[in-house]
Ligand binder design. Structure first.
Ligand SMILES: [Zn+2]
Length: 241
């Protein structure tokens, strides 16, 4: 019997770096991703496309693709058609820039909603978040972002002019700003409010303060200060429960 060279040389193997299971997990994951080998180009292409989605790494992408591979062909066809149709046919409401199936979104087209109240938000995600509370019965205006000179985003790149025109044309009663509490959000509110001043519309912002279930001692000074500024009479706080 001929001894394997490996067995013979084992005691003299060079000192390879030892990979500790937890300690080196990031490096070993990267190493694994680099050497992920596919026996099918079609599979590899699908994994590459899924891995382009936010929050999806290559391992998750592979899991999703293999899951689809187990499904009926008709189901996967429906899945891909729904995605393709969503991208090619979806439109933006001509009035509020929310997503819509036609010229106007279902909120603008709904006569039961208070059309004279506009909630100004940054993105469509915010519309969905506020709608999920089922506490708002007005309409929206999606700005498409906030003013951020450092990122090269000025007022002209946002749906601000259309908002001012809308308020002027529709005799809006109240404009509620529901922007993220950031310097950029505040700058945007300030800019729009200046533009609206001649129109005498009531302008408000959503309350900012301690999150429900949050702890006072861990709140930053700005949040705590705003909570004090925006304090509520206890009766209305209790009534809002
Ligand atoms: Zn709309």
């Amino acid at each position: 019997m001929v001894a394997q060279p490996n067995q013979l040389n084992q005691p003299n193997l060079p000192n390879l770096p030892r990979i500790e299971p937890g300690a080196n997990s990031i490096n070993s994951t990267n190493h694994y991703l680099c050497i992920m080998q596919f026996s099918s180009t079609l599979l590899e292409n699908a994994v590459t496309e899924f891995a382009k989605l936010p929050g999806i790494g290559k391992k998750t992408a592979l899991r999703l693709v293999l899951h689809l591979l187990k499904q009926e062909t008709a189901d996967v066809t429906t899945f891909s058609e729904v995605i393709a149709r969503m991208r090619s046919e979806i439109r933006f409401c001509q009035r509020c820039f929310n997503v819509a199936d036609g010229d106007f979104c279902s909120i603008c087209a709904n006569s039961m909603r208070k059309q004279e109240v506009i909630c100004v938000v940054e993105s469509v995600r915010d519309v969905i978040a506020i709608e999920s509370t089922q506490q708002f019965n007005g309409t929206y205006h999606v700005l498409g972002g906030v003013i951020s000179p450092l990122d090269g985003i000025g007022p002209d790149q946002l749906n601000i002019e259309s908002l001012v025109n809308r308020v002027r044309k529709e005799n809006t009663e109240e404009l509620i700003f529901a922007l993220n509490p950031t310097i950029q959000g505040d700058t945007t509110i300030y800019y729009i409010q200046k533009k609206l001043q001649p129109l005498q519309v009531r302008v408000t912002t959503i309350a900012r303060g301690i999150a429900f279930g949050g702890e006072l001692e861990y709140a930053d000074e700005m949040t705590l200060a705003r909570s004090l500024q925006n304090r509520l009479p206890v009766e209305s706080y209790v009534a809002g429960q």
